[in-house]
Design a protein around this ligand. Structure first.
Ligand SMILES: COCCCN1C=C(N)c2cc(S(N)(=O)=O)sc2S1(=O)=O
Ligand SMILES: [Zn+2]
Length: 260
């Protein structure tokens, strides 16, 4: 899988864009080498409190499908973990492959998962707007959750059932009650490191919190992701697959673990 993954990398046009921004020293995603990560006993448990009624809509933005939240108040927030402030949930989205052999952005000891969930939060304590937070080193906190092929996921199925309505780029559907904590493993273990957005503008503003345990989803649910399109209605159809960025150099960074 590794070699085909590297080969796929070289062939895929979409992600040929700059492997890292000029001068980038903290780019994402990275390979997490379990044995090189440092257990930090001072890392707190991550505290997640989401209000399901803050859910607004699902939107195909031509890269992925985003589930967006009302972030006008501190109603869906995370705190603790490696974070010094409380961060507000803005949106979550996924990255996946054309086949189950690849799809995730981060890897663990070079193991690739078929998909990866990103829950994007911003530091509304320090920054007045999300747009400003995106440009600041401590502006964003993204929880990464790996998806592996296995049992049917009840919570995810609510999302999957709505996907046909956002098949084309720039389509949106109202989605008014959803609790994304059903997509986060109950095991508290995570890795954390300083990184970046994995899609343009690739800004180095993300504290990554990568959950050690994956969630299980079934083949039909992964296939539902793959029937989405990068293209707008009326354009020549291009299936939305392989929407992940190649691995970036670790450079002078340490990955910390919340567990021994
Ligand atoms: C003013 O907004 C600028 C754009 C900001 N965003 C756009 C992304 N492509 C993006 C990618 C993200 S990822 N894949 O690193 O989680 S989070 C995120 S985002 O924070 O929602
Ligand atoms: Zn992402």
């Amino acid at each position: 899988a590794c070699s085909s993954y590297r080969l796929r990398d070289a062939l895929h046009p979409l992600w040929q864009s700059p492997l890292s921004i000029p001068g980038g020293t903290r780019q994402s995603p990275i390979n997490i080498q379990w044995r090189d990560s440092i257990y930090d006993p001072f890392l707190k448990p991550l505290k997640i409190s989401y209000d399901p009624t803050t859910c607004l809509h699902i939107w195909n933005n031509g890269y992925s499908f985003l589930v967006e939240f009302d972030d006008s108040a501190d109603r869906s927030v995370i705190t603790g973990g490696p974070l010094e402030n409380q961060y507000r949930l803005k949106q979550f989205h996924f990255h996946w492959g054309a086949i189950n052999e690849w799809g995730s952005e981060h890897t663990v000891d070079s193991k690739v998962y078929p998909a990866e969930l990103h829950l994007v939060h911003w530091n509304a304590v320090v920054y007045p707007t999300f747009e400003e937070a995106v440009m600041e080193g401590n502006g964003l906190a993204v929880i990464g959750v790996f998806l592996k092929l296995g049992e049917h996921h009840e919570g995810l199925q609510m999302l999957v059932d709505a996907l046909p309505a956002v098949k084309h780029k720039d389509t949106v559907i109202e989605f008014d009650v959803f609790d994304p904590s059903c997509l986060i493993p109950s095991c508290p273990d995570y890795w954390t490191y300083a990184g970046s957005l994995t899609t343009p503008p690739l800004t180095e503003s993300v504290t990554w919190i990568i959950k050690k345990k994956p969630i299980e989803v079934d083949e039909n649910q992964l296939e539902a992701f793959r029937m989405l399109l990068f293209t707008s209605d009326g354009e020549e159809e291009k299936r939305m697959v392989d929407n992940f960025r190649p691995l970036q150099p670790l450079m002078n960074r340490t990955v910390r673990s919340s567990f021994q």
